[in-house]
Ligand binder design. Structure first.
Ligand code: MG
Length: 384
């Protein structure tokens, strides 16, 4: 029996994780949940899963949840809040495995604390790896703690890497759907509206990640994530546009063999893989091979997607540049969704923030968070 701490339990990855727990009650049990701001969902999860510990974003929300649980006659669940609460969830002595699925750098401290506590982590939060990948992977190596990627591309790469040695890897190929503007003429990019950008062709996701898919900045973050997770250089990672999103990613070995991972477009599969690793439990997530009759691959157009070029540059420089890329993008995406800047203003903002970012390598989580705040302030000042 694996006892799980789920950080970001009310989000889409958190809910998918709970549906896996529901399907495999003989394998998994929930011991702590970090739920954020969705009080109703947190209450429903507390009642359904009876964790030892549940954390909410603020003291006020925690108080409301405690009152609701008491009213419902539910006892034995400790309610905590804030970053300390999330850390308490991720380091709970009873937890054997931590699913890190809080969006943004909010989950960073809890993820780091889980690794320091020696707990294997299933990582769905790519910002953690982008902003603090150097620190997290160093800590994980020192303590021999596995970090299992839940991001579909990295999960695919993890699977493909199991058949060869690290020294035999030539190139990691990350596939990208190309988003909704893969074929839009370049001169129309400035007029793209938030409504158009929020329509993703293959995946249903949160707002920021959907915009990041449209600019391909998301793929850029994944390039950085791949460098850190798999200990390869930016030159060893390449992106291939694959509109069907059927091949989740590939690994090319030095002998010329290329291995691909193919499966349904359903996040429950990478979650199950991470939870069960190194086992492979039987599941109902089957894939219809006939769907392979039509697979397209094309190299990405860096002129159309300047965010991708910026990300490769940041991946090479590492440290503060990766932090600034992520932070500046988040601020720029917000401004785009508020109609304060055009779609093409997103890469322009990031580029300007990166130009004023020093080449530095924060050594602690506190330094990472400080660099993150600084980059956000620079971006906001630029957009004001
Ligand atoms: Mg992905």
């Amino acid at each position: 029996m694996k006892r799980l701490a789920i950080l970001g339990s009310t989000g889409s990855i958190g809910q998918s994780t709970l549906s896996i727990v529901e399907q495999f009650p003989e394998r998994y049990q929930v011991v702590s949940l970090a739920a954020g701001r969705n009080l109703d969902e947190a209450f429903a999860q507390a009642v359904r899963w009876r964790p030892k510990l549940i954390s909410l974003a603020t003291e006020e929300l925690a108080g409301e949840l405690s009152a609701k649980l008491k009213q419902a006659g539910v006892t034995g669940i400790e309610v905590v809040y804030g970053t300390q609460g999330t850390v308490a969830c991720s380091t709970l002595p009873e937890a054997d495995f931590v699913v890190s699925a809080i969006v943004g750098v909010a989950g960073l401290e809890a993820t780091h604390a889980a690794i320091l506590a020696g707990k294997p982590v299933g990582l769905a939060n790519k910002e953690c790896m982008v902003a603090a990948g150097e620190i997290l992977t160093r800590a994980a190596r020192q303590r021999n703690v596995p970090i299992l990627p839940i991001d579909s591309e990295h999960n695919a790469v993890h699977q493909c890497l199991r058949v060869g040695a690290h020294s035999e890897v030539k190139t990691i190929w990350l596939t990208a759907s190309g988003g909704p503007f893969r074929q839009l003429p370049l001169d129309q990019f400035a007029a793209i509206t938030p409504e158009q950008a929020l329509k993703h062709p293959t995946w249903v996701m949160g707002r920021r990640i959907t915009i990041d898919s449209a600019t391909m900045l998301n793929k850029g973050l994944e390039v950085i994530e791949a460098c850190r997770l798999f200990d390869v250089t930016a030159a060893q990672v390449r992106v291939m546009v694959h509109p069907q999103s059927t091949v989740h990613s590939l690994v090319e070995y030095v002998d010329g063999s290329i291995l691909a991972q193919i499966s349904v477009t359903d996040m429950r599969l990478p979650i199950l893989y991470a939870l069960a690793y190194p086992e492979r439990p039987a599941s109902t997530l089957t894939f219809d091979l006939a769907a392979l009759s039509h697979l397209d691959f094309e190299p990405p157009d860096f002129e159309r997607f300047p965010c991708l070029r910026l990300a490769f540059d940041a991946a090479e420089k590492g440290g503060a540049h990766c932090i600034a890329l992520n932070a500046a993008d988040e601020v720029a995406v917000e401004a785009f969704l508020d109609r304060r800047i055009p779609f093409t203003g997103i890469p322009r903002t990031i580029e300007r923030v990166l130009a004023s970012t020093p080449e530095a390598h924060p050594a602690t989580i506190a330094e990472v968070l400080a660099a993150d705040r600084e980059a956000r302030e620079t971006a906001r000042a630029l957009l004001a």
